[in-house]
Design a protein around this ligand. Sequence first.
Ligand code: ADP
Ligand code: MG
Length: 253
Amino acid sequence: MLRLDAVTVRYTPGGVAAVDNLHLTVEPGERVALVGPSGAGKSSILAVANGLMLPSSGTAEVFGVDTAALSRREHRATRRRIGTVHQDFALVGSLRVIHNVAAGRLGTWGPLRALRSLVRPTDRDEIHAVLERVGIPEKLWYRTDQLSGGQQQRVAIARVLFQQPDLLLADEPVSSLDPTRSKSVLDVLVEACEADPARALITSIHDAPLALSHFTRIVGLRDGQTVFDEPTRVVTPEMLDRLYAFEDTPFDP
Ligand code: ADP
Ligand code: MG
């Protein structure tokens, strides 16, 4: 489903590697948590995984195809199969919630249907149902920029649920939510994966207990490198503590 082979990302030529010679393979059915301090490279890895960014060196394959070699058509087809919850939500504030959620399927709709949906949403019941799953059904017709940060985060998650992608990528999807909400939103993402064994979920997350409770595998990152990559059952809270300890000093295993 995803194969990163010796992937390095540099934002400036010759600059520090945000992702440093990383190997990561994710199979259908896996739920992978990326953990590690700020600046570890989690967002950069997710940007490479969804094809938004090409590696400076190494190769990134999604669904068996090198993201650097996609034709425009393949690129579009691939994007439809990948759903991303961005760290900054990437919603259009001036649109109503229903339209932001509907945008999850813009990739599969022709431009005409996409445009018409702005006037007469075709999938209103289904959108209402996904908003129910994330706990804000009453916000269907609200302008998105009138919602709190936590509510907007749930709109972004509803959009990806409505999209029903094969590969679900989420960049700190519960960072704006209180503990109870965080758990229930992760429950929903896990359910979405379990509903279809062909799906995989890759999420960056800072909350160690939630990483341990909702994911099948945990990848600990620091300075763009993998510190550990283990099935959750062998990951201890101490391993996670150590990853975050002394954020400003080099990692000493
Ligand atoms: P994380 O998501 O784990 O906090 P990021 O992938 O955002 O990590 O960042 C990894 C490194 O890349 C950091 O040192 C960060 O400063 C740098 N970086 C991230 N985005 C950019 C950018 N757009 N331009 C320059 N440097 C960046
Ligand atoms: Mg980040």
